[in-house]
Design a protein around this ligand. Structure first.
Ligand code: CA
Length: 222
């Protein structure tokens, strides 16, 4: 994992870099906005820690420039204490997380690791719930034995919504709202048809009927 630390406070930069190296990260640092923009554009970093108050070029402009060029590296922004507007501007500019100064270095390390895990999860495109694994790329689901089941587009969207909301009662109209686009014709009776198809492919007990209420996915014993 390769991290870029952008911070003009030399003592803080050194402390962060040392601590991150202790965590077995490869770490580079930049002390001004122009150097930061150039280095970040190289595309070699797994994450960036970006201070906003920088000489040469403000951190927000650096972040906007990266995002405008399609550089989607995860960025954790460091903001001045209690500067809520910096947090808002940071997120609008494309930051993934923020930390207000002063902070404990341990918190920064923990947040950075969480950011890296999230970005890796995104690459995997899989979701595992109740013994089923959903592959978002191939639109297929596999069970605990590794058996792969291919799904149609609507079956996939419906199962994905169930898997993001396990053990919750979901009404037919709620399901229809979440699996169809705004302009699609939403006929909640069609949900019944798709639930029947999913049960045929996945096993009947995966999706239980709550009479008069809707359906529940992944209940105990299912
Ligand atoms: Ca600064």
């Amino acid at each position: 994992m390769h991290i870029l630390v952008v911070e003009d406070d030399a003592a803080l930069a050194r402390e962060l870099c040392d601590r991150l190296r202790d965590e077995a990260f490869a770490v580079d640092s930049a002390a001004d906005g122009v150097e930061a923009e150039y280095r970040g554009a190289e595309g070699v970093y797994d994450a960036v820690v970006l201070d906003l108050g920088l000489p040469e070029k403000p951190g927000l402009d650096v972040l906007r420039a990266w995002r405008a060029r399609g550089i989607d590296v995860p960025v954790l922004v460091l903001t001045a204490r209690d500067a809520w507007y910096e947090k808002v501007e940071g997120f609008e500019a494309g930051a993934d997380d923020y930390l207000g100064k002063p902070f404990h270095v341990e918190e920064l390390v923990a947040r950075l690791k969480a950011l890296l895990r999230r970005s890796h999860g995104d690459h995997a495109h899989t979701l595992s719930v109740a013994g089923l694994t959903l592959d978002e790329d191939s639109q297929a689901v596999s069970d605990a034995t590794g058996r792969t089941i291919r799904l149609t587009g609507t079956e996939f969207r419906l199962l994905r919504y169930f898997m993001h909301n396990p053990r919750r009662v979901l009404s037919k109209s709620q399901l229809a709202e979440h699996i169809y686009a705004f302009d699609d014709e939403r006929d909640s009776n069609v949900i019944e048809v798709y639930v029947t198809r999913l049960r045929r492919k996945l096993g009947r007990d995966r999706i239980r009927t709550r009479r008069g209420q809707g359906y529940v996915f992944g209940e105990d014993g299912a």
